[in-house]
Write a protein that binds this ligand. Structure first.
Ligand code: SF4
Length: 344
């Protein structure tokens, strides 16, 4: 078993059962997550017998980067092969003062959003906490020593909240001082709006949440995002209104702009009404077309008008720059291109 599947309390319990001091857990996990150690033998502040015991019981698993695609804008897409030969992807997105890694939470996705390339990848399985953490670990190791990842977003393959237990365990490893030690303010979980899990996540973890909205009527959202039939807009936004969001935080809504589908002035007005009473921020996402999609990106001037319509009514709105288009930058596209190599 990969030792990166373990939280500190779990490793402490394991050590106690074997007559070892529980504080060793912190030392071991710091070697792994902060020093990037790949061999138990290198953990020189542990006894030889404990190092031996660890190497008998655990591995320090690695993901194999089978394909790394650098884009002209600095975006880099990693295609990782898991132990069972399934494939997932992570995307490194550099900006002026940030180095963000977008990670996957599942192999494929069952949510079926029609504007998303991952929906074409047959859902295969949830990732374990270790596999989620390992994406961050591997990319960090691939960077020069003076470059650190600053932000983590769960916006790669999969619906993170459909894999709740593994994702929340991974969040704990990513944000703990014995783990990868990211500030929870720099970690964002994106969801299509699984209402009960959203509530639970906000209650249990201080990380940021982004809700993918992408339509202003149930009719359009039913068509674009099948989850809307289970949690229609009214119910989703009602849940959002009642989330225990910290006083100075805003809930982010992602809105993928699709030409002639959800980008009219009427949509902009309806969005203002839907978000009334919420401390919200809207992130307008230019659509990144993929092979076989029936959708086209909204022209930039219309995205800007849409944004202005929101700003004029006091709704905070930004346009996310589309990155990595030359590496098939929309989520799931690289893995979709390699789908034929995934074993049945
Ligand atoms: S947008 Fe997210 S939830 Fe929807 S199909 Fe794509 S990966 Fe799944």
């Amino acid at each position: 078993m990969d030792i990166k599947e373990f939280t500190r309390p779990e490793l402490e319990a394991w050590l106690l059962e074997r007559g070892e001091k529980p504080f060793r857990a912190r030392q071991i996990l710091k070697w792994i997550h902060q020093k990037g150690t790949t061999a138990f033998a290198a953990m020189t502040d542990l006894s030889a017998s404990l190092r031996e015991l660890l190497s008998q019981e655990f591995t320090i698993a690695r993901l194999t980067a089978s394909h790394v695609s650098p884009a002209a804008d600095g975006t880099r897409k990693y295609l990782f092969t898991l132990a069972d030969r399934r494939r997932i992807e992570s995307v490194l997105i550099p900006a002026e003062d940030r180095l963000t890694l977008c990670i996957s939470s599942q192999v494929g996705c069952a949510m079926g959003c029609r504007f998303c390339a991952t929906a074409q990848v047959r859902p295969v399985r949830d990732l374990t906490a270790g596999e989620i953490v390992n994406q961050v670990w591997e990319v960090q190791q691939s960077l020069p020593p003076d470059r650190r990842l600053t932000n983590i977003v769960f916006m790669g393959m999969g619906e993170a909240l459909a894999n709740y237990e593994h994702v929340t365990k991974a969040l704990s490893i990513l944000t703990s001082e014995w783990g990868l030690n990211f500030s929870p303010r720099r970690v964002t979980v994106s969801t299509v709006g699984l209402a009960p899990q959203m509530r639970r996540l906000v209650e249990e973890s201080p990380v940021n949440v982004t809700v993918s909205l992408t339509a202003t009527t149930n009719q359009t959202r039913d068509d674009l995002m099948p989850i809307n039939r289970r949690y229609p807009l009214e119910q989703l936004l009602d849940t959002c209104r009642n989330l225990p969001i910290a006083p100075r935080k805003r809930l982010t809504f992602a809105y993928t702009m699709l030409d002639g589908v959800n980008d009219s002035e009427e949509d902009s007005r309806r969005l203002v009404k839907l978000l009334h009473g919420l401390r919200a921020k809207v992130n307008l996402i230019p659509f990144n077309p993929f092979p076989g999609t029936p959708f086209r990106p909204t022209p930039r001037p219309r995205i800007e008008r849409f944004r202005q319509g929101l700003l004029d009514h006091g709704v905070h709105a930004t346009i996310r720059e589309s990155r990595g288009q030359d590496v098939q930058g929309a989520c799931g596209q690289l893995a979709a291109a390699y789908l034929e190599t995934v074993p049945a």
